[in-house]
Design a protein around this ligand. Sequence first.
Ligand code: PGA
Length: 252
Amino acid sequence: MRNRIVAGNWKMNKNFFEAEELIAQIADSLGDIQAENKIVILCPPFPYLEMATDIAEDAAFAVGAQNVYPDDSGAFTGEVSPAMLASMEVEYCIVGHSERRKYFNESHEFLARKLDGLLKNSVKPVFCCGELLPEREAGKHFKVVEQQLHESLFHLTEDQISDVVIAYEPVWAIGTGMNATPEQAQEMHAYIRSLISAKYSSKIADGITILYGGSCNAKNAAELFSKPDVDGGLIGGASLKADDFLTIFDAL
Ligand code: PGA
């Protein structure tokens, strides 16, 4: 049985004290018993990671970073390396989010290097893919996602890809309140799984967790997660309120 995951991508939100309070609220509600195959990941901003991993030691959630630089060390002012994340017991890292592709011009090739750096350090990537609205309107969404997977992900070995979580996030759904329908999500998730099966094997494809992201909230999560290839969600806005985030986790 593959893992089902709800991950909170906080983006650039909350001051330190607000972040600490939110993490403590979520930790309290989850208790310290992790349900089998059900994982909560919290991805706060970099400066809060140590506080988060401290609380996570006695709680049922894992900690993820929102970004990383590919190399382990060096003269890259302002950047954070996979080795640094690993040394802080950060277990996951988001890679390829559409905001990084758009505002920081991150290329397929650069994302592939980030994946390599993370996997070398045993930090599990949460790899985001998804099409823009004009691409969907032109019927190109499958091609766009296929290219994103081919150019950034499909150089990985079987062992490596098995440690990757994929998040399908149609860009037109992110932060817009206009989520993909459960049918649209299922269709793309099944397609992604078929690509992994063709490139690797059906066994590998069946084991990979594929999350949906884009205006997933406490109201629509249960219906989205009821689809057979939707294994949970990458949650932005709705991860900033403990009640909403926990309701989404309950929908897993
Ligand atoms: P959203 O963001 O839930 O606010 O749409 C999702 C994401 O960007 O990962």
